[in-house]
Design a protein around this ligand. Structure first.
Ligand code: ATP
Ligand code: MG
Length: 657
């Protein structure tokens, strides 16, 4: 393409606000009938049979939904099943020789498991765990990086009816101890280490340090990932994974029949707002919902090679690397390392090598790709891609369009999926074979999901006005409670909008949002993140999008800092694209960009250029901290950050500016 063509194309894309799903995609999509929304509404809650029907049940349910004790809802009551049987065994007959897991290590080594092989591994691991004493309903903690033994151990636990609690490997020793203590978990599966940017990273020392803080006896199984690259000694109550499993070669374990409402796993939320909650998910409702959304939103088919680049230590990895894709019998890709090792084209190399059909990633990653430049994806053939997805944070239109053009070649629909650890699966997003896409807006609630945008009193807001997301009806994938803390479950999620006297229960996710005339919901960010300037409520997402729209800006964070006159004033932290430099001119275009995009009311008080933003381990911008910096407040604990060193630099800058 010539430079002028290229410029014209960019200009057209920049102006375009709506995109239709490509014809070629629609023709083959799993869900294409727009009546599905009406059907679900009319047949609610029986519509959810459609999700349950994607699974094999040992016993069918008697009732779809039991709501005698709200908000403690029960789904598919009377039904019985096993999650490991659904994710592995039932595919053996037709797909035994097809790949279940395609794993790639950071150094380039690969391991793949057919369903047959996965079945063997899961059985052996299940037999071993059972002999170690793991019984039904004993919680097994996993503190593991992205190695195949992680999904294998999760499925092994599911097979014997032992809920797992996966603790993200990047979390601290303390975080491990707190979670094991809170769950009385007596078993840990962990790993000696893993590779990051070519170096073997010690993980076992951290695990051992964590175990010292556990207040009861434990048994630990250690996967040897690093071999000779890290010598490690096993303690008295520690076993080597391979040695242990070798004793059970060829053994099979009958999947334990689980009640639909039996716990499948416990997952502590990522802690962006700083207070971990033990979210409880169940076997029938969760698995049905993960399978249904993988089918309808990610368009997963058995013959696909599907890649979600999240870490299994987050809910996204649970639902959309492990349970959803494997329940549907597809090939799920797992990558151990970082996207820029050995070079910034690593993701695209993986897409090309495995001919990935769907890629599901996070806005933070997309903004990094954008910053690095399109020359990296351009080095690879990405034509196997059929669908793109994002999750975790709002995606600003500029990043959406970059993803659409440079990764999807304008021929893949993008699903911007809003959901939470608590919701188990996607809640608000377009159905890719049906709906018009609007960059920056997640889309309408999925069929059967009754989500609204309301004001403080619970009244629906007019289109265009800022309000809060609420969910007015239960759904199968929802959390059942916070582990051992029913009270907190109620105050955290239900108290704000429910009318207990009238027995009307409303789930409150604590996110701000807007809705448009077509019912599309734009998430504005967390409720805590809304900035109040002279009585005007501004969403961080809107300001950030206006800043990122300025040429040369790769990423931005907006927060409110105290201001004598306005109450709060807008502070923006800005990362520039490679090849651009901080200047007064740049600062000026950013200020003007915000004034033009939103209005003078949102005019940034200060623009701070920084090479990085403080991020949580899951890659979300830690706005709370940026707010403290703007206010020159005490920063408290910064150890949960992925990049704690950046904080001092930014603080220095703000003070000197
Ligand atoms: P914690 O609840 O512990 O503070 P967290 O909310 O970051 O942590 P998650 O459950 O992983 O933990 O993230 C869910 C949140 O992520 C949502 O409530 C929302 O704020 C944000 N989010 C997820 N997907 C999207 C999306 N597509 N658009 C906008 N925001 C999103
Ligand atoms: Mg949350």
């Amino acid at each position: 393409m010539s430079d002028t063509d290229e410029t014209q194309l960019e200009a057209r894309l920049a102006d375009q606000t709506e995109f239709e799903p490509p014809e070629s995609f629609v023709e083959q999509a799993n869900v294409t009938d727009p009546d599905i929304y009406e059907e679900f509404e009319e047949n609610w809650p029986d519509c959810w049979e459609r999700a349950a029907d994607l699974l094999d049940w040992e016993t069918d349910h008697d009732e779809v939904l039991v709501d005698d004790d709200e908000p403690f809802y029960e789904w598919f009551v009377g039904g019985e099943l096993n999650a490991s049987e659904n994710c592995v065994d039932r595919h053996l007959e037709d797909r035994g020789d097809e790949l279940a897991i395609q794993w790639e290590g950071e150094l380039g080594e690969t391991r793949s498991y057919t369903y047959e092989e996965l079945h063997r591994e899961v059985n052996e691991c299940a037999a071993a765990l059972r002999d170690l004493g793991v019984g039904e309903d004993d919680i097994v903690t996993m503190y593991m990086p992205m190695v195949p033994e992680l999904p294998i151990a999760m499925l092994a636990c599911a097979r014997i009816g032992a809920p797992h609690s996966v603790v993200f490997a990047g979390f601290s020793a303390d975080a491990l101890a707190t979670r094991m203590n809170a769950a009385d978990s007596e078993y840990l599966v962990t790993c000696d280490g893993y590779y990051r940017r070519g170096d073997g990273l010690d993980h076992i020392s951290k695990a051992n340090e964590g175990l010292e803080g556990v207040d009861h006896e434990t048994t630990t199984v250690v996967v040897d990932r690093l071999g000779d690259d890290l010598d490690h000694e096993l303690g008295d109550d520690q076993l080597d994974y391979d040695d242990l499993v070798a004793d059970y070669e060829g053994e099979s374990v009958e999947p334990v029949v689980r009640d639909a409402e039996d716990m499948l796993f416990l997952m502590y939320t990522s802690g962006t707002t700083g207070k971990p909650k033990g979210v409880k998910h169940t076997t029938g409702g969760y698995l049905s919902y993960a399978a249904w959304t993988s089918h309808s939103v990610l368009d997963v088919k058995p013959d696909d090679t599907y890649w979600c680049s999240a870490d299994i230590g987050w809910i996204t990895g649970h639902s959309y690397i492990v349970y959803g894709p494997l329940a549907l019998g597809t090939t799920t890709v797992m990558y151990e390392g970082t996207p820029d090792y050995p070079d910034k084209d690593r993701m695209w190399e993986i897409v090309e090598n495995y001919e990935v059909d769907q890629l599901y990633t996070a806005p933070t990653a997309i903004r990094a790709f954008m910053k690095w430049g399109e020359e990296y994806p351009e080095q690879h053939d990405l034509s196997s891609l059929r669908l793109l997805g994002t999750v975790g944070e709002p995606i600003n239109p500029k990043a959406w369009k970059w993803y659409y053009k440079h990764i999807g070649n304008e021929s893949c629909p993008i699903v911007d999926t809003w959901w939470q650890t608590e919701t188990g699966g996607m809640m608000i997003t377009t159905l890719p074979g049906i709906a018009t896409m609007k960059p920056g807006s997640a889309g309408p609630p999925l069929p059967g999901i009754d989500a609204q945008v309301v004001d403080e009193s619970g009244e629906e807001v007019a289109p265009g006005e800022a309000g809060y997301v609420t969910v007015n009806k239960p759904w199968p994938g929802m959390l059942r409670t916070l582990y051992r803390n029913d009270d907190r479950f109620i105050n955290e999620y239900w108290e704000a909008y429910s009318d207990e006297e009238a027995d009307e229960w409303v789930y409150f996710p604590e996110d701000g949002a807007k809705i448009d005339d077509d019912g599309y919901i734009t998430i504005l960010g967390r409720v805590d993140d809304v900035i109040n300037v002279s009585g005007h409520r501004l969403g961080t997402m809107e300001i950030e999008s206006a800043v990122v729209d300025v040429e040369g800006v790769a990423e931005a964070a907006a927060v409110g800092g105290d201001h004598d006159m306005k109450g709060e004033a807008v502070y923006t932290y800005v990362i520039l694209e490679d090849g651009y430099e901080e200047s007064e001119e740049m600062r000026q275009s950013i200020v003007e960009g915000v004034e033009d995009g939103i209005g003078p009311i949102a005019r940034p008080e200060q623009v701070i250029f920084t090479p990085e933003l403080p991020k949580t381990r899951s890659g979300k911008i830690m706005r709370r901290l940026l707010e403290d910096i703007a206010n020159d407040d005490d920063l408290g604990n910064t150890s949960t950050l992925r990049n704690p060193d950046i904080v001092d630099d930014i603080q220095e800058k703000v003070r000197s500016d």
